[in-house]
Design a protein around this ligand. Structure first.
Ligand SMILES: C[S@@+](CC[C@H](N)C(=O)[O-])C[C@H]1O[C@@H](n2cnc3c(N)ncnc32)[C@H](O)[C@@H]1O
Length: 486
């Protein structure tokens, strides 16, 4: 069948599609009778046989690749066979939707998505290159050196030590428990648990700790965590904890095993010493883990937010340090780390600009704020506040004295919102306060581009911008952009 047809296509039907380009969300774009079809597991330039999976929307349909008729030169054997074309679409493991594409091409596709979103939604014309990080960056450099030396590198880096490029980076993994007790990931675009034999994106220690193939009957999910120090935690999440979000004040929401199957004692709110207290020598909370970034240690809840790629915390800290404009930075201003977590980026600013730096971390999770106050204890001008950023900024706008307003207008605001972005309300508040610069750490290119557009309408412009491949073999990309008053 072809895309030029007169008779209507019924769902589940096989259609032949020419893949034109990449869309946001890890799918590619084709056209069928003029209608946009988002196609999974394809590569731009390919011709594929695909099955229509969703025709419920009038403006676009969704389809899954069943067979590749004309392959792109960038197509490679899937890095995770459980997610590859060999399985029926409903059985393909989710979370590695670019795993069939050569890493370099994955990065250029992510760059295209960011560049396109910035142009269409942000009104910014800038080609963005997505940078490899950690071992993958070194592998690329080695391949370039080989090519320069005439060693005939073919563009597919061969990292040392037998490691497959773009694997072994995930230090946080959430697996789910199926009705038969089997533990596994969800299938792509569904909540069906599928069996897998391996977890190539996870660190080797987590892959081993996952004990794939076992059955679990007292939990609905299993969270796996490996710290930068190599400590592994396996946390079982019960149905009740999963429904309520389950976070105690410690941020803990499940039963945890440490190292080789040792189980942490049950916790209550009274177990929770403030992180400042813990730093001062009170007994450590068993739900606390330690992450190290360079010389600095951060304490946090074992299932609290932490950057997922093993090199992400260092990469983003370095980017925030290097991209923050020194000429616009005033250590005495009302500087902030919004959506601050346990203080990672506030510490980066403190490290760059010195002990007198004033900075307030604002975070909605009270447990994370407790840890942030301890992690930032060495800066006399640092504090951590539990609040929703939108409400916090609205209060600031309402209550700020003329002196506060001057300190806010001179301020640097680091913002690292969740995937949905900061949004119009927060961006407009920052613009009305007239802050000197916003260092925006973004995990969603479209939400970021939309917010850049709102900043531009409010009189800011996009200054430096870098993007990092902190989620190889997935469609995700992390950017750090600086917005300054135009
Ligand atoms: C992407 S994480 C960044 C954390 C921190 N910057 C880091 O790199 O470790 C976003 C954080 O924002 C918090 N958060 C989400 N929505 C929020 C809101 N409306 N107000 C304040 N914090 C929020 C989450 O709990 C999470 O800790």
């Amino acid at each position: 069948m072809s895309e030029d047809r007169d008779d209507p296509v019924s769902p589940s039907e096989l259609v032949e599609l020419q893949i034109n380009n990449v869309a946001h969300g890890g799918v590619m774009v084709a056209r069928l009778d003029g209608r946009v079809v988002f196609v999974a597991d394809a590569v731009p330039g390919e011709r594929v046989l695909a099955r229509i999976a969703d025709d419920s929307k009038s403006s676009f349909w969704r389809a899954d690749t069943i067979e590749v008729l004309e392959a792109s030169p960038a197509r490679v054997p899937h890095v995770w066979p459980a997610a590859g074309l060999e399985r029926a679409p409903a059985e393909r493991a989710g979370g590695a939707e670019f795993g069939h594409i050569a890493l370099e091409r994955q990065r250029s596709l992510k760059g295209e998505v960011l560049t396109d979103a910035l142009r269409r939604m942000g009104g910014v014309d800038r080609a963005v290159e997505v940078e490899a990080v950690g071992a993958d960056a070194h592998a690329d450099a080695d391949a370039d050196a080989d090519a320069d030396a005439g060693a005939g590198a073919d563009g597919a880096p061969e990292p040392a030590g037998g490691r497959v490029a773009g694997t072994g980076w995930r230090t946080r993994v959430r697996l789910h428990v199926g009705p038969d007790g089997r533990v596994g990931p969800y299938a792509a675009r569904s909540h069906q648990v599928v069996p897998v034999d391996d977890l190539p994106l996870a660190t080797p220690a987590l892959e081993q700790a996952a004990a794939l193939g076992r059955r679990v009957h007292d939990a609905v999910a299993v969270e796996l965590v490996e710290t930068s120090q190599g400590e592994v935690r396996v946390i079982r999440v019960t149905e009740e904890q999963s429904k309520t979000g389950g976070r105690s004040r410690a941020g803990a929401k499940g039963r945890s095993e440490r190292g080789r199957g040792r189980r942490a004692p049950a916790r209550t709110g009274s177990d929770v010493a403030s992180a400042r207290g813990a730093a001062a020598g009170t007994p450590p909370n068993p739900a606390t883990i330690v992450e190290r970034v360079g010389e600095r240690e951060f304490r946090l809840a074992e299932n609290g937010f932490w950057q997922v790629h093993r090199d992400a915390a260092a990469t983003l800290s370095d980017a925030v340090k290097s991209l923050t404009r020194e000429d616009l930075f005033d250590p005495r201003a009302a500087n902030h780390d919004l959506y601050g977590g346990v203080g990672l980026l506030a510490a980066a600013i403190g490290d760059r600009f010195g002990p007198a730096t004033r900075i307030t971390s604002v975070e909605s999770d009270a447990a994370a704020t407790d840890y942030a106050s301890g992690n930032l204890a060495e800066w006399v001008g640092a504090r951590a506040v539990t609040a929703r950023v939108d409400r916090y900024l609205a209060d600031l706008e309402r209550q700020a004295s003329p002196d506060d307003r001057r300190r806010l207008a001179a301020a640097t605001m680091v913002i690292d919102p969740p995937r949905s972005g900061a949004g119009k309300e927060v961006v407009s508040s920052l613009a009305r306060l007239g802050v000197a610069q916003v260092v925006y750490v973004a995990c969603d290119p479209v939400a970021f581009a939309r917010d850049v557009g709102t900043f531009r309408e409010a009189g800011y412009e996009l200054d430096a911008l870098r993007a990092f491949d902190l989620f190889p073999h997935t469609h995700h990309v992390e950017s750090v952009g600086v917005l300054v008053r135009a």
